[in-house]
Design a protein. Structure first.
Ligand code: ADP
Ligand code: 5GP
Length: 205
């Protein structure tokens, strides 16, 4: 059986990572699963423990670090901690499911260091004005947090060269389609076909 694809989506806050991820997961027919991160930030209205995040205390987050439970972890925006629990990701990949990570730029590069076959996609906004509009319209952050996230956006985008793919999230349906095409193409790369091909080489004629 082929291993699943470890698919990372990053991009500035408000660019649409959550929206695009949801569509990819819903359209996958169960072959793609979401890696639920642990975070010390407070839940937004409507967020459910275990669905968007595992909302944990600082103490629990520290315990998870000490126990080696994270594939990567990071302090984002100088305030909250976020981390990717390792076990779920490894189990799902081994079962042949694709695993989607919505994580920041530093986390993405850390994952690629540990798992070089991971595929990293940067989602970019069509313009900075539109990025502000989306963050403000979402209405989930105070103005100060919005400004802090916008200030981070340019440095995040400047690291685009470290990614394997870039998709501009202007029209939502087009962006979703482009992400799907990336996933399809990744399934045809040697990194994802290597187990199949090594079995083939061991077969008798
Ligand atoms: P992120 O997860 O990157 O922080 P979200 O998925 O929460 O971003 O999207 C931020 C806001 O932008 C949401 O209100 C969402 O409905 C909206 N949005 C996402 N993609 C688009 C798009 N292509 N066009 C217009 N609005 C969008
Ligand atoms: P938000 O608070 O808006 O949900 O997320 C803030 C930022 O943290 C986003 O860039 C998101 O991709 C990132 N993030 C979420 N989970 C993780 C994680 O487990 N690890 C890392 N490194 N970043 C994460």
């Amino acid at each position: 059986m082929k291993r699943g694809i470890l698919f990372i989506i990053s991009g500035p806050s408000g660019v649409g990572k959550g929206t695009v991820s949801k569509a990819l997961l819903e359209g996958s027919g169960g072959t793609m699963v979401f890696s639920v991160s642990a975070t010390t930030r407070a839940p937004r209205p409507g967020e459910v423990h275990g669905r968007e995040y595992f909302f944990v205390s600082e103490e629990e987050f520290e315990r998870m670090i000490e126990a080696g439970e994270f594939l990567e972890y990071m302090k984002v925006f100088g305030r909250n901690n976020y981390g990717t629990p390792r076990r779920y990701v490894e189990e799902q990949l081994a079962m042949g499911n694709d695993v989607l990570l919505d994580i920041d730029v530093n986390g993405a590069m850390k994952v690629k260091e540990n798992c070089p076959e991971a595929v990293a996609l940067m989602l970019a906004p069509p313009s900075m004005k539109e990025l502000r509009r989306r963050l403000e319209n979402r209405g989930t952050e105070e103005q100060e947090a919005i400004e802090r996230r916008l200030a981070e956006a340019k440095s995040e985008l400047s690291r685009m060269g470290e990614y394997d793919f870039v998709v501009v999230n202007d029209d939502l349906q087009t962006a979703i389609e482009e992400c799907r095409k990336v996933l399809e193409a990744c399934k045809l790369t040697p990194a994802y076909c290597k187990d199949f091909v090594s079995d083939l080489i061991n077969e008798d004629f």
